[in-house]
Design a protein around this ligand. Structure first.
Ligand code: SF4
Ligand code: SF4
Length: 444
């Protein structure tokens, strides 16, 4: 016993002690909220050296049991990308062990940085920020915040980012959306539908909820149909709602996950100013990325609203008897969980319950579903990056194929784009792709 106790601190078994400490100090703030960088006072952004990490972040390395569950759950790793979340944690610890004495002596000049000792830049860019690694970890290690910090360093301090993302970022700067379509076209999807904007005088009087449309549903043809279906449902339920129209801007999710905190904060502050000017209290979003950012990140910038996702809002309307799905929608389908809705915000039941209430819909679950759901490959600004080798969305399509379902439903515009793309590329267009709002719209 005594020999073992003496041995523990010098062996990998020290995780027995550090796991308890790590769990005690785990981050209890919303997992979907990236820490705000102080752009006024900070001179260097993100991290590229181990000593720049906080003590809590460094503790992760010593708590790690090297069980590999994080890596087993990683969609980037599963499809052959050079990303190994366990190695991010263990290499960080080993680097600290190797450089600790020099760091304490203040001799950090010339020491290899984290992109040489912890993880390659390609690996850091391959992350979809799906959160599966963090969710799986038994000792509450947090891989994603470290990945974002490393991206911040590359983008803001080194000026490096995958070349294909430059255009998306430029589009956000110029037209406030990554698609690059003119900002004044944002409300084109709503033409002829008679949906008021907040700027229109009567809209501001007593609206129940602001519909946050998001860039995907405003500019992507497939997702414009989802926005139209959702608006029709709101009309049928008698909801008094309005949109911001051309005053809406990208919520800041893609630049923030890419590490471009400057651009993200510019978008966030512009939106908060607009929302507060209209004294908005309740927001419904059809995009889980917009929903997560508005709900969990905007409070840091003075934007506090009651934010709901459309799956929650639709279930609320059905429960209140304001919507009654009656027509049969004959579909044998499976439901794909969006990471930013499910793992980040624990919204697993609401979209399923909407589907269960539609007559004729039969739902079969994929093996990787709910908190074990597999990413579509678009999160973390991956939507705007090239993907070498096997595509994450193709792997996800194979999970859908295993169920023998003839359709897949989701509640995220990015997932819809990725699943659409996979079905077309793999010649499986017979598997139909829907947003839950489109199916509900057919039934009422
Ligand atoms: S967030 Fe997802 S893609 Fe990124 S390292 Fe973790 S499991 Fe892999
Ligand atoms: S899941 Fe957690 S404990 Fe297991 S290898 Fe990954 S970081 Fe370490």
């Amino acid at each position: 016993m005594f020999s073992f106790l003496a041995y523990v601190p010098h062996s990998k078994h020290m995780h027995i002690i550090f796991a308890i400490v790590n769990t005690f100090f785990m981050d209890l703030t919303p997992s979907g909220a990236i820490k705000k960088a102080d752009l006024e006072k900070t001179e260097t952004f993100g991290v590229n050296r181990v000593e720049q990490l906080s003590w809590r972040q460094l503790l992760d390395g010593y708590a790690c049991t090297e069980c590999g569950r994080c890596t087993d759950a990683c969609p980037a790793n599963a499809t052959g990308k050079p990303l190994n979340p366990m190695r991010i944690i263990t290499n960080m610890r080993d680097t600290l062990d190797a450089q600790g004495a020099a760091i304490l002596a203040g001799k950090v000049e010339g020491l290899p940085d984290m992109f040489e000792t912890v993880h390659s830049k390609e690996g850091i860019w391959a992350c979809t920020t799906c959160y599966a690694c963090v969710y799986e970890c038994p000792v509450m290690n947090e891989h994603v915040p470290k990945i974002i910090e490393m991206r911040r360093h590359m983008v803001l301090t080194q000026g490096e980012m995958p070349p294909e993302t430059r255009e998306a970022m430029r589009n956000i700067e110029q037209n406030f959306n990554p698609w690059g379509i003119g900002w004044d076209q944002r409300a084109r999807w709503a033409e002829g539908l008679g949906i008021p904007t907040m700027a229109e005088a009567n809209a501001a009087q007593g609206i129940e909820v602001l519909y946050w449309v998001g860039c995907a549903a405003s500019f992507d043809d497939r997702n414009r149909k989802v926005a139209q279906a959702f608006a029709r449902i709101l009309r049928k339920a008698g909801v008094r709602f309005a949109i911001l129209g051309p005053e809406e801007k990208c919520t800041g999710d893609p630049p923030r996950r890419l590490g471009n905190e400057y651009l993200a904060q510019t978008m966030i502050m512009g939106n908060v100013e607009t929302l507060n000017r209209y004294a908005v209290t309740r927001i419904v979003a059809t995009c889980p990325h917009c929903f997560n950012t508005l709900k969990n990140e905007y409070p840091d910038f003075g934007g506090r609203y009651d934010v709901v996702h459309h799956s929650q809002f639709l279930r609320e309307l059905i429960d209140a008897g304001r919507l009654t799905p009656t027509k049969d929608v004959l579909q044998f389908l499976t439901y794909h969980d969006a990471c930013y809705l499910g793992r980040y915000n624990q919204i697993f039941d609401e979209p399923r319950e909407v589907l269960y209430r539609i007559p004729g819909v039969r739902v079969v679950e994929m093996e990787k579903s709910r908190d074990r759901g597999f990413c579509c490959g678009a999160g973390g600004a991956r939507m705007w990056m090239e993907e070498p080798g096997e595509k994450v969305n193709h792997r996800r399509l194979s999970h859908i194929e295993e169920t023998q379902a003839n359709a897949v439903a989701t509640a995220c515009p990015y997932c819809l784009i990725m699943l659409d793309d996979a079905a077309k590329t793999k010649n499986r267009e017979d598997i139909r792709r829907y947003d839950i709002a489109e199916l509900l719209d057919r039934s009422i």
